[in-house]
Ligand binder design. Structure first.
Ligand code: HEM
Length: 192
């Protein structure tokens, strides 16, 4: 029990967070070594676009769009936000110019870590639901339908619902701060 908790949840979570931190430091170091610090200034743009594009999963889940495999879209969400956060973190670097961008960066970091906690919880609830699958007598359904039902059940599980009550407000704080930072950049573009 303790071993499986460690192997199935804590280890992957620690790896995901640790890799994000290590890749940020390595990226920042490389840009400085190669005299490419200016690249970091622009990395914020593709990073933001990647994060926004990754929210397609949410649109699919909330039925604003009807096509796309939810499981794959969630995988894309996980990968896209992780990579996008990495780019934004390298973009933020260790330069300190104003408070707002730093607040936005911290909120994004908290958002990304919270997302990884969500992934851990979702894996747990998916295992739980999968265990109950036979119970549901879903055998008559096609394999694709069974997969989809199991997926949505896992998403709906109690722990996930509670987690979302924390994750979505964090997301809103991050989105407002990031928007403030982006608007202020456009206002001051070319002035300095
Ligand atoms: C800047 C970073 C991130 C942002 C802005 C973000 C945003 C969101 C939002 C808004 C939701 C709610 C979806 C909904 O209920 O409609 C969500 C859910 C989720 N996110 Fe993220 N996320 C980020 C990073 C991550 C990361 C790094 C991971 C994992 C590697 C992740 C995994 C998840 C998972 C598993 C869910 C739950 C799916 C569900 O409730 O249906 N997120 N995220």
């Amino acid at each position: 029990m303790t071993i499986s908790l460690w192997r199935q949840h804590i280890l992957p979570f620690t790896l995901l967070v640790g890799l994000l931190a290590a890749a940020t430091l390595a990226g920042d170091y490389l840009l400085h070594r190669l005299n490419l610090v200016w690249v970091g200034r622009y990395l914020g743009i593709p990073g933001t676009i990647l994060i926004i594009a990754s929210l397609t999963y949410s649109l699919r889940k909330r039925k604003y769009i009807a096509t796309g495999n939810p499981k794959s879209l969630l995988k894309l969400h996980e990968l896209g936000t992780w990579l996008g956060s990495l780019m934004v973190l390298i973009h933020a670097g260790i330069h300190f110019n104003a408070i707002l961008p730093w607040l936005a960066t911290v909120a994004m970091g908290v958002n990304a870590i919270s997302g990884m906690v969500g992934k851990l919880l979702l894996d747990r609830s998916r295992r739980h639901v999968q265990g109950q699958r036979e119970h549901f007598q879903l055998r008559g359904l096609s394999r694709v339908d069974v997969e989809q039902t199991v997926f949505w059940d896992a998403v709906a599980l109690d722990a996930m619902t509670k987690w979302r009550k924390v994750h979505i407000p964090i997301f809103i704080v991050f989105a407002v701060l990031a928007l403030g930072h982006i608007v202020s950049i456009f206002l001051f573009w070319g002035w300095a």
